[in-house]
Design a protein around this ligand. Structure first.
Ligand SMILES: Cc1cc2nc3c(=O)[nH]c(=O)nc-3n(C[C@H](O)[C@H](O)[C@H](O)COP(=O)(O)OP(=O)(O)OC[C@H]3O[C@@H](n4cnc5c(N)ncnc54)[C@H](O)[C@@H]3O)c2cc1C
Length: 496
């Protein structure tokens, strides 16, 4: 080994502490990957640059945004409005403290749970910035201290991602936020511009609109959330407009001027928007800039992402990468699974050999949307003939009880044998309801599963049966479906 001591101020790579696994990052991928290996008896070190464990998922992203959404629903009396036909909201002037209180509690409890999990698995935690010293050695820098060197037989890069910050926005101003900063907002805006109509932008637009904030959703595209079937998007868009979200599609922000009293946005059409605050949700970039990937023999792409195999192995055999750092789908749920799978491969754990074949995607707008498997677009692209069956919440007893008038569950079956290929749900509890479809897709089930299953009554689960009846009754099936008028959808548009 070359003498690197001089370069590291007296410390040496040769004196590195040895581990079976060194993990960089303590988000869902890092935590679960570390725990998986430790559970099977491996000696594990976990390096985290933040003072707290949990990554974006726990501290700024998933949990925070979902808890803030729930707080907005509660504070605005959202559900009561639908049930009683009058606006019962007593807290529409909710303060920032009201809005953030529950989020702080949930995040803090989840951080504690992560620390407990790490301790239970006897994982050594190092707080500091990790970078590669060589392909097997990770250097950990902590301000004011000598660097520490950790040698791993295997290394897992789980360094996640950070919000992209377009140059026209001055993020040091207290009225201009990215999706990390919004969880520390200092005041409740009366008018908010959300820049970017992707998942995060749409979710926050709904959360703030539910609180009575005037929300402008600005996006350069004319089609948003294009991974959803357009009929599903249409339900969501209508609901978002009803909630008060003003869509400004096909618009780019040319200039953002933030002052003491507000923010002025100049848009590409020539229009101007005056708001109290701006949330920029313009995508994310992988956290690899500080990793000194060259020293490991690795390269990242232009968005910082690291390429991996189906087992999440990088170009260097003993280095694995999982979670947002490898790109799509960049979800907490998939990040955990990828890391577990990587560890199974790295240590030959003979425990779990492949990633889930079906990955559900949840969008926590108001209402929620969730999809799994194929969409109409993807089936058309593959040239697979299909039949769609739909069931409306409004025609379902449980849907009536909870007051969801717009919700829709849609199933896509392969035409010739009625094998289930895809499920989309938009409406209350969509992110839970989709799991029935996920299990059916995992089991490669066909329509008979839903016909033969007895669902509780009155429940949204029954929508699966009635969407199946709807698909079976379609003319192209040549089958007289067992349609029950009170429960079935009135939609009859053909899909093949
Ligand atoms: C607003 C928002 C809402 C979201 N909602 C959902 C949702 O509803 N459902 C869902 O499944 N997903 C959601 N996501 C996505 C989810 O948060 C991410 O996919 C997930 O956090 C990725 O996990 P990860 O472990 O790859 O990285 P992260 O959670 O980003 O964790 C990476 C960790 O690595 C640390 N790190 C980085 N570089 C270094 C270094 N050099 N040295 C030491 N430590 C380092 C970071 O500090 C961080 O703690 C949301 C994201 C956002 C932003």
């Amino acid at each position: 080994m070359t003498n690197v001591s001089a370069a590291y101020g007296g410390q040496s790579v040769a004196s590195a502490q040895n581990y079976d696994l060194v993990v960089i990052g303590s988000g869902p991928a890092g935590e679960k990957g570390a725990a998986q290996a430790a559970y099977f008896g491996k000696r594990v070190a976990l390096v985290e640059r933040d003072p707290v464990l949990g990554g974006a998922s726990c501290n700024t992203g998933t949990l925070s945004s979902k808890t803030l959404r729930e707080s907005a629903l509660a504070l605005s009396g959202f559900h009561s409005r639908e049930l009683f036909g009058v606006d019962l909201a007593v807290r529409r002037g909710a303060t920032v403290q009201d809005f953030l209180r529950h989020e702080r509690r949930v995040v803090s409890a989840e951080r504690d749970a992560i620390v407990a999990n790490v301790r239970r698995h006897e994982i050594d935690t190092y707080h500091g910035l990790a970078s590669f010293a060589d392909p097997h050695t990770v250097r950990v820098d902590t301000e004011g201290e000598e660097p520490v060197f950790l040698r791993g037989e295997v290394i897992l890069i789980a360094s996640g991602s950070s919000p992209q910050r377009p140059s026209q926005f001055g993020f040091d101003h207290n009225r201009v936020w990215d999706s990390d900063q919004i969880v520390n907002l200092g005041f409740m805006p009366g008018r908010l511009a959300v820049i970017g109509g992707g998942v995060i932008g749409c979710e926050y637009a709904c959360t703030f609109a539910a609180l009575g904030v005037d929300v402008y959703l600005v996006d350069g595209r004319t089609e948003l959330l294009d991974f959803l079937d357009r009929d599903v998007w249409a339900v969501l868009e209508k609901a978002m407009i009803a909630l008060g979200v003003r869509f400004m599609k096909g618009e780019r922000v040319l200039e953002c001027v933030a002052g003491e009293d507000g923010v002025s946005l100049s848009l590409s059409s020539g229009r101007a928007v005056e708001v109290d605050a701006v949330l920029v949700a313009a995508g994310r970039v992988a956290n690899t800039a500080h990793l000194n990937l060259d020293a490991a023999g690795l390269k990242a792409d232009e968005r910082g992402r690291i390429g991996v195999s189906e087992h999440y192995q990088t170009a260097v055999k003993h280095i694995y990468a999982a979670g947002d750092v490898v790109g799509f789908p960049a979800l907490a749920s998939t990040s955990m699974e990828q890391a577990r799978l990587a560890m199974v491969d790295a240590f030959d754990l003979k425990y779990k050999k492949s990633a889930a074949t079906v990955l559900p995607l949840g969008v926590f707008t108001i209402p929620e949307v969730s999809v799994a498997g194929e969409t109409e677009d993807s089936l058309r692209a593959k040239g697979i003939p299909y039949v769609a069956g739909r069931a409306l919440y409004d025609a379902n007893a449980r849907g009536k009880i909870i007051g969801d008038r717009e919700g829709l569950l849609k199933l896509l079956f392969r035409e010739h044998d009625m094998k289930l290929l895809g499920v989309s749900v938009v409406g209350e509890s969509a992110s839970e309801l989709v799991h029935i479809g996920v299990m059916a897709l995992m089991l490669e089930a066909d329509h008979s599963l839903f016909i033969e299953t007895c669902f509780n009554y009155p429940t949204l689960g029954q929508l699966y049966k009635y969407a199946t009846y709807d698909a079976m009754g379609r003319p192209e099936r040549g089958v007289e479906g067992e349609m029950a008028p009170s429960e079935s959808s009135s939609l009859s548009e053909s899909a093949s």
